[in-house]
Write a protein that binds this ligand. Structure first.
Ligand SMILES: O=C(O)CCC(=O)C(=O)O
Length: 276
């Protein structure tokens, strides 16, 4: 990539806006926040274009072993391109930008480590894009502490019927309830803990425009409805961890076979601390 191109990307990254104090307070209180117009239209267009080039207009997942090829979707309800910034320098300049890291830092309140990114495409329900059951992210990740978060940015219009997420306000402080993301028995976190619906309010249905995002704490209980529209829900997700979090060894494809040491920070080129 030429240096001109890199400086053009840096300029684009400057168009990722900062968070306001009200948004930080909403996030701390509820464990999630909606950030309207987080990404400028130029960024959204290019992210979408690159995602479609790699995944196809009628998207399939990108193979982790061979990022040049497409494979059927392992989890059926969405197609994904994992670690896209690792395979695309333009995306990397956005995902690893100070601007995005600053948002994660200000919401988390500590220095942050880039953890992962992904094109996350829920296909229409007629093609298996069914609901994402209630779950927390944190039990699936190898961190010794709370704080990690995901920035989930819509690249297309994303009304409730296309699968914009719902959150149980404040449950990031309610404790951890276990691993429910990849269950095959159909049991969701709420099936085992129905009392949560009495004690915590469900966030309102969200209607996101391209470039709007929701940010959520890995510990907040959340879900997403099925995509009942006839087109794919294109989303770009980045995930961030507290820089000081220590690796616990809990299995996750993001960290497997990277030589990470238990009880040490995630010292690896894939997980840089990004100063803001
Ligand atoms: O996009 C979805 O359907 C679910 C996303 C989610 O659970 C997450 O990003 O943690």
């Amino acid at each position: 990539m030429s240096s001109d191109c890199v400086s053009e990307i840096r300029d684009i990254a400057r168009e990722i806006r900062d968070v306001t104090q009200d948004e930080i307070e909403h996030y701390k209180k509820n464990g999630w926040v909606k950030l309207e117009k987080l990404f400028a239209p130029e960024i959204v267009e290019k992210l979408l274009q690159r995602a479609k080039e790699r995944m196809g207009q009628d998207p399939l997942s990108v193979s982790r072993a061979d990022p040049g090829s497409r494979v059927s979707d392992a989890f059926k309800w969405y197609s994904r391109w994992d670690s896209c910034s690792y395979h695309d320098e333009w995306i990397c300049a956005v995902s690893h930008s100070r601007e995005l890291a600053r948002i994660a830092t200000r919401l988390m309140g500590v220095s942050v480590r880039f953890y992962f990114d992904q094109m996350f495409v829920k296909v229409p329900a007629t093609k298996m894009g069914t609901e994402t059951p209630w779950h927390q992210d944190l039990p699936h990740h190898p961190f010794d502490r709370h704080g990690a978060l995901g920035i989930w940015a819509a690249l297309v219009d994303c009304p409730p019927e296309k699968g914009a997420m719902r959150f149980l306000n404040g449950t990031h402080r309610a404790g951890l309830f276990g691993r429910f993301s990849n269950r095959t028995d159909g049991v969701s976190l709420i099936d085992e803990n129905p009392w949560l619906l009495d004690q915590y309010e469900i966030s309102p249905p969200l209607d996101l425009r391209p470039g709007d995002a929701t940010v959520h704490d890995f510990a907040v209980v959340h879900c997403a409805p099925a995509n009942t529209t006839d087109s794919p829900r294109w989303v770009y997700l980045t995930q961030w961890a507290p820089a000081g979090a220590l690796y616990t060894g809990a299995p996750n494809h993001r960290t497997v076979n990277l030589g990470l040491e238990i009880d040490k920070p995630l010292l690896h080129e894939r997980f840089p601390v990004i100063a803001v």
